[in-house]
Design a binder for this molecule. Structure first.
Ligand code: ZN
Length: 169
């Protein structure tokens, strides 16, 4: 059974805001930035592509990445809850609303990315990972490490991007 995404906790009256929340911009360089925190896999000479060890390696990368994103989403939510209604000044509020809408978009991107990671992990589990969806060749360890959710080889991907640009005009 798929567990529904956590429903937001009941709105509790915000206790006295601690000082003036330092408007430190959440340096969320999130979004498309791929996960960088891994040790590159060094296959032995005759190692078979996407053997169990390699699958475990990528599963680990995906899980860590997912974890990181979840924490990022949590931070965003808390940040917004903490900051909400702290600015009586309309000008401040406008700035705050803009900030919120940026954060909401970021969160939305992160959610989508998490979903994609989930789908990718399922493919790893089914040992249907690491091959191009379009032409079937090996995507390659290095490319997958740089972009663990990749479903296409570099060539097919760039071809698609060119086509997409042409469609958009
Ligand atoms: Zn391909």
């Amino acid at each position: 059974m798929a567990t529904k995404a956590k429903t937001p906790a009941k709105k509790t009256k915000k206790a006295a805001p601690k000082s003036k929340a330092s408007s430190k911009k959440a340096a969320a360089a999130a979004g498309d930035s791929a996960f960088r925190n891994y040790t590159p896999y060094e296959p032995k000479k005759s190692e078979i592509y996407m053997n169990d060890q390699q699958l475990v390696h990528f599963k680990q990368i995906l899980m860590n990445w997912r974890q990181e994103l979840m924490e990022e989403v949590d931070r965003t939510v808390h940040h917004m809850q903490d900051e909400a209604a702290n600015f009586p000044d309309p000008a401040d509020r406008a700035t705050q609303e803009e900030e919120f809408s940026i954060e909401l978009r970021t969160r939305d991107r992160e959610r989508k990315l998490i979903k994609k990671i989930d789908q990718t992990m399922e493919r790893v589990d089914q040992e249907d990972y690491g091959y191009c969806d379009t032409c079937g060749i090996e995507i390659g360890l290095r490319r997958l490490e740089a972009r663990p959710t990749a479903t296409q080889c570099v060539d097919c991907k760039s071809l698609d991007e060119i086509k997409e640009k042409q469609i958009r005009g």
